[in-house]
Design a binder for this molecule. Structure first.
Ligand SMILES: Nc1ncnc2c1ncn2[C@@H]1O[C@H](COP(=O)(O)OP(=O)(O)OP(=O)(O)O)[C@@H](O)[C@H]1O
Ligand SMILES: [Mg+2]
Length: 213
């Protein structure tokens, strides 16, 4: 059965598309079939895919509020479906939450950004009341700078939100911008640290999905 991973945050520019592309390629490299869904009419993920001539991963655009049903219709042939979320679109986020087995919320390493994700965390908490805790939900700390006492500083805010961050932190690295601009990911092999953090992140996500009933 296919597993649906939704990468959501109502805030723009937090790394949704960057993370979607990188974990998409990571999962594909592990021998699974992957469909990536660009739910943003801006079409950044489709632009990324066009830059590599669609040669890396299958990407389709599903940017209507019928997203939950639209995904049901296309997901069966794939092991994993990854939804790249759209900022400032409450109904689209709700539809993605209903479709998802796991929601990942990229945030900067700051309490303000975690509080700022309350639109999503509250929508998920409401969904949990009728689904007995589905979808699984985690923050992804993205674009961190070295030396920040990340986890300690944000712990009170994450606890308040009711959701945990994944252990793997993604650091702010030029390689993410460069590779995305070339239609690639950190798998193109120029930065071993970036590759390692993406692989660790993917492993954590797969473990959560494997443990889920
Ligand atoms: N870990 C990182 N290190 C350096 N740059 C990053 C990192 N993550 C994302 N970026 C850069 O930040 C910018 C925003 O990232 P991205 O487009 O992935 O965010 P988004 O949440 O999808 O934005 P939008 O809401 O507009 O769709 C891009 O220029 C991207 O290259
Ligand atoms: Mg985006």
């Amino acid at each position: 059965m296919s597993k649906v991973i939704a990468i959501l945050n109502q805030k723009g520019g937090v790394g949704k598309t960057t993370i979607a592309a990188n974990i998409g390629v990571s999962i594909l490299n592990r021998g699974h079939s992957v469909l990536m869904v660009d739910s943003d009419p801006q079409g950044s993920l489709r632009d990324w895919s066009a830059t590599n001539d669609g040669g890396l991963v299958s990407v389709i655009g599903l940017d209507r509020e019928t997203l939950t049903k639209d995904i049901e219709g296309v997901k069966d042939p794939y092991d994993f479906v990854i939804i790249d979320g759209r900022a400032k679109a409450e109904k689209m986020a709700g539809a993605a939450i209903r479709a998802a087995d796991i929601v990942l919320i990229p945030v900067a390493p700051s309490a303000l950004d975690i509080w700022g994700a309350s639109d999503i965390t509250e929508a998920i908490a409401a969904r949990h009341e009728v689904t007995e805790g589905k979808p699984e939900t985690r923050f992804i700390i993205n674009a961190a700078t070295k030396n920040t006492k990340l986890i300690e500083e944000i712990r009170p805010a994450t606890e308040e939100s009711g959701f945990k961050p994944l252990d793997t932190v993604l650091y702010s690295r030029e390689i993410y911008k460069q590779t995305m601009g070339e239609g690639l990911t950190v798998h193109s092999g120029k930065n071993a640290d970036a590759l390692e953090e993406i692989e660790n992140l993917t492993t954590e996500i797969m473990e959560i999905l494997n443990n889920e009933s």
